[in-house]
Design a protein around this ligand. Structure first.
Ligand code: ADP
Length: 214
């Protein structure tokens, strides 16, 4: 089964993707994570994308499609979760072709609905474990008092360079201008299901489970 998690920054795509990976042996393909890795490892591509990402602008379609193409050639396990990709209509068309060429189908597109005020609050309170990537939130899921990650025991936590109000405004604007048209695109294909992204993590998980029809 291959699915897309669609929604604005902070909608909780990464959190739900990690659950699906654990429970269904799916492979999370987060272009945001891939680009951050390229940036941290100092590759040529990483240098090119660093400023674009820090501003909250979109990286070129060519770069992200290339990243996804490579991953689709590898292990498929329980299927792919596309998280943060596609973000433009050109990326959506490219994904359709890539899947078709490898004999794969797109089984569901799940829109995680949230409102803008909730997004700003979530993102400016967000941090992650530097070791395993577990996501924390100052209000709803604070870093434990003993300073150790509940998932791996790691003791270093970081905030993303683009999780500040200026970049967030740009990221939201990019979402509404370039990514939200994908909702109509996938609705027309009969693939779109909406879930309420504002619920508790477990409730959102349950809604996604229903959406996946099992
Ligand atoms: P967000 O929390 O904003 O959804 P991501 O981790 O998915 O963040 O992405 C962070 C940044 O990486 C984006 O603001 C953008 O600069 C870049 N990026 C990630 N995925 C894509 C994509 N599919 N197309 C273009 N740029 C992307």
């Amino acid at each position: 089964m291959n699915i897309i998690l669609l929604g604005p920054p902070g909608a909780g795509k990464g959190t739900q993707a990690r659950i699906l990976v654990d429970e269904r042996n799916m492979i999370q393909l987060s272009t945001g994570d891939m680009l951050r890795e390229a940036k941290d490892s100092g590759t040529e591509m990483g240098k090119i994308v660093a400023d674009v990402m820090a501003r909250g602008d979109l990286v070129t379609d060519e770069i992200v499609i290339g990243l996804i193409r490579e991953k689709l050639e590898g292990d498929k396990a329980g299927g792919f979760i596309f998280d943060g990709f596609p973000r433009t209509l050109a990326q959506a068309d490219a994904l359709g072709e890539l899947l078709e060429n490898s004999g794969e189908t797109l089984d569901a597109v799940i829109e995680m609905e949230v409102d803008d005020a909730a997004l700003v609050a979530r993102i400016t309170a967000r941090s992650t474990c530097g070791n395993c990537g577990e996501v924390y939130n100052d209000q709803t899921k604070p870093i434990p008092a003993d300073g150790k990650c509940t998932n791996c025991g790691g003791t270093e936590f970081k905030r993303r360079a683009d999780d500040n109000e200026d970049s967030l405004k740009t990221r939201l604007m990019e979402y509404y201008k370039k990514t939200s048209p994908l909702l109509g695109y996938y609705y027309a294909k009969g693939a779109l299901t909406q879930v309420n992204g504002l619920g508790e993590i477990a409730d959102v998980k349950a809604e996604i489970k229903t959406a996946l029809l099992d």
